[in-house]
Design a protein around this ligand. Structure first.
Ligand SMILES: *Cc1c(COP(=O)(O)O)cnc(C)c1O
Length: 467
């Protein structure tokens, strides 16, 4: 059969879409009953995908069917209430529905002329984000795939400006023989920052590394004298402890001499959008650039990060896109504000999520993560866990009496199917890292999770005493 004809028919009769929708709904309805992490058997089921590249056409319904039958059970129950791994947020329902609709639009988000609606919603999101984070009016935003790309964009802008300060055009002359950029960071910067320093040729060994305190914050007293060749890397939300660096003090010093401060606020920047937690981000508006994710704390679907930068010229120059065929408009052309050209129109879901929640809804959701984290902290303490961090935001870091018991307890938790969280090392000790960042997590989910932790610790203790 002629494939083009077939594709027109699939669009017309909608059967594959109805099938996908019905599977999606049964998945979503069963989310709290499925294993939070897939069982061995379900993981093994994925072997069905080990097959040669087909020579010929495969029936579309068969593809959807197969994906649901073997793919759905091999997923992480990310959208349920008891997944606490990494700092992976859930998804607000309207953001998923919006994504479905805009998937049919299949917009290329690079330029105004390739998608006026995406460019429009980027402009709206930019204004709303500036307002909710209280950023300077000259701030511009680029909509990228995540905070890794946002960090890359922010640091590229910093590199451009700091070399420009020293009379060097990095776009034209590159890094060979360039003046030096002094990079000031503390031990607890995120892995994505180190990745970025490698990609941008800044070099990890060139960093003037400062110590971090017991919560993973920069130790202010160790900050060296700054000048206009300095890039200072700060963090809103340490990935283990949720701690925030002292923005106000560092930014004041940096701004006096024209240094650049970048704040990686992947999940933590959203504290600024609440009444009760905004004190954590005090002074952050004094920085030069900020990274934040939509897909973590704000609970948009994946592939949503934002770079915000006070120095529009530096951002645009560092990510410059030129080409005779590029048609810039008098509207916002997204291509200028991020490293990508063709891109998914991710601002559409971001807009829908902010519009749906409103400022009060965002405040309530984010404050709720903190409240659930405090509930968890209390419950775990009562059951003999040692809480290693000050629970200032949504992260709870715990351990048992010894590393062996901690690792065994974690294994029980991860195999429980009831909840899931990851491990970490904190101050040389094995730790269990819990992140509360889904709108779907209820107080009851936290109670159930405390129960799983209690049992896991008892079991770990038993194994040890029988050995
Ligand atoms: C998650 C995270 C990143 C990386 O963000 P992605 O969206 O995964 O690219 C960077 N910094 C911090 C602090 C994070 O938590």
């Amino acid at each position: 059969m002629d494939l083009q004809k077939k594709m027109f028919e699939e669009l017309r009769d909608k059967r594959i879409f109805d099938l996908a929708r019905s599977h999606a709904f049964s998945y979503s309805d069963g989310i709290d009953k499925m294993d939070v992490y897939p069982s061995e058997e379900n993981l093994k089921g994925m072997e069905i995908f080990d097959e040669p590249f087909p020579e010929n056409h495969t029936d579309a319904e068969e593809i959807i069917q197969k994906l649901h039958e073997y793919g759905s059970p091999a997923t992480i129950a990310q959208t349920g209430g008891r997944y606490f791994g990494f700092v992976d947020g859930g998804a607000v329902p309207v953001s998923v529905a919006t994504k479905w609709l805009s998937d049919f639009w299949d917009q290329c988000g690079g330029l105004y002329v390739t998608s006026p609606i995406n460019a429009k919603l980027e402009t709206i999101c930019e204004a709303w984000l500036k307002e909710i984070f209280n950023l300077p009016k000259e701030t511009v935003a680029g909509f990228v795939s995540g905070t890794s790309m946002a960090n890359l964009s922010g640091l590229a802008a910093a590199r451009f400006r700091l070399l420009q300060n020293q009379g060097w055009d990095v776009n034209k002359k590159g890094l060979n023989g360039s003046p030096k950029i002094r990079i000031i960071a503390h031990a607890q910067v995120h892995a994505s920052i180190k990745k970025t320093m490698a990609i941008l040729g800044l070099g990890i060994e060139n960093v003037e590394w400062l110590p971090s305190d017991d919560q993973g914050r920069l130790v202010l007293e160790k900050l060296p004298e700054l000048d206009n060749s300095c890039l200072v890397l700060l963090q809103a939300g340490n990935a283990n402890t949720g701690a925030f660096d002292p923005f106000e003090e560092v930014c004041h010093k940096a701004n006096e001499v024209g240094a650049w401060v970048h704040i990686d606020g992947a999940f933590g920047l959203w504290a600024a959008a609440t009444k009760s937690l905004a004190h954590l981000t005090k002074g952050m508006e004094l920085a030069s650039s900020w990274s934040v994710d939509g897909h973590k704390t704000l609970n948009t679907p994946y592939d949503s990060g934002i770079i915000m930068c006070k120095d529009e010229e530096a951002l645009i120059s560092s990510l410059q896109a030129t080409g005779e065929y590029l048609v810039y408009s008098d509207q916002k052309d997204p291509i200028l504000y991020g490293p990508e050209m063709s891109k998914r129109s991710r601002a559409i879901e971001l807009w829908a999520t902010m519009k749906y929640l409103g400022k009060n809804g965002i405040d309530k959701m984010v404050t709720g993560f903190h409240e659930r984290a405090k509930q968890l902290e209390k419950g775990l303490k009562e059951n003999g866990y040692i809480v290693l961090n000050d629970v200032v935001f949504n992260q709870v870091l715990v351990s048992c009496d010894t590393d062996t018991i901690t690792s065994q307890a974690l294994e029980h938790i991860q195999n429980s199917g009831t909840c899931w969280c990851g491990g970490s090392i904190w101050n040389g000790k094995s730790a269990i890292r819990i992140s509360v960042c889904s709108w779907a997590t209820t107080e009851k989910d936290i109670d159930i999770t405390i129960g799983v932790f209690k049992k896991a610790k008892e079991k770990a203790g038993q194994i040890l005493s029988t050995n």
